[in-house]
Design a protein around this ligand. Structure first.
Ligand code: TYD
Length: 202
């Protein structure tokens, strides 16, 4: 029998992750969840971290708040679902911290890996689906909305984050799949479903 799987979607803002998290979780009869903000405690942390008024929040505090959100999420949501035999599909994971706080904010990657690994009780996603969209398309889309604290970062920040995601995907090819995010949603959904079946036999 297949053990339940923990699948994470990663990508930059507005790449379409959330739609596919919902669709895949429905298809697998699994649990859709997210980081940050997948728990009540996490929602409070998320509000603080995303609030554009919090310009004084330091990179290290931000990294620890992300890790705290994640510790709560793994303990309260991910582990119970896995233990009850459900698949978990999460909008972002520990890899977002390595990409944003590590590559983006340029905090030490080894330290981030270490305390995040502790925060998640060493429960890493079985598979990471990275939805790749061109940075220009993303920046164009951001012009049209009210921006949160992360979205106010400059182009070079997002370039570093994107490079981080690609580097991590290269380092762990068995755990990562990169998907071109440009096709229409329905087409992408079929591709994702096929990849999940191939990689995880579910
Ligand atoms: P998210 O809700 O996924 O935003 P979006 O739907 O716009 O992609 O994530 C909120 C923000 O938090 C996003 O800008 C990325 C950032 N983030 C980190 O910096 N580190 C992390 O570990 C996580 C999970 C998210």
């Amino acid at each position: 029998m297949n053990r339940s799987k923990y699948i994470a979607f990663e990508g930059l803002e507005g790449c379409g992750k959330s739609t596919h998290v919902t669709r895949l979780a429905t298809a697998l009869n699994g649990l859709a969840t997210r980081e940050p903000g997948g728990t009540e405690i996490g929602a409070a942390l998320r509000a603080t971290m995303l609030d554009a008024k919090n310009t004084s929040l330091s990179p290290r505090s931000e990294a620890l708040m992300m890790a705290a959100d994640r510790a709560q999420h793994i303990q309260q949501v991910v582990l119970p679902a896995i233990e009850s035999g459900r698949h978990v599909v999460s909008d972002r994971s520990v890899y977002s911290s390595l990409a944003y706080q590590g590559y983006g904010r340029e905090l030490d990657l080894e330290s981030l890996r270490h305390f995040n690994s502790w925060a998640i009780q060493d429960v890493w996603p079985d598979l990471v689906v990275f939805i790749d969209v061109p940075l220009d398309a993303l920046l164009e889309r951001l012009k049209k909305r009210e921006l949160d604290r992360f979205e106010r970062e400059d182009r070079s920040f997002f370039e570093r984050v994107l490079r981080g995601f690609h580097e991590m995907a290269r380092q762990e090819p068995d755990r990562w799949v990169i998907i071109d995010g440009s096709p229409p949603k329905d087409e992408l959904e079929v591709t994702i479903r096929r990849l999940i079946a191939e990689r995880l036999s579910i």
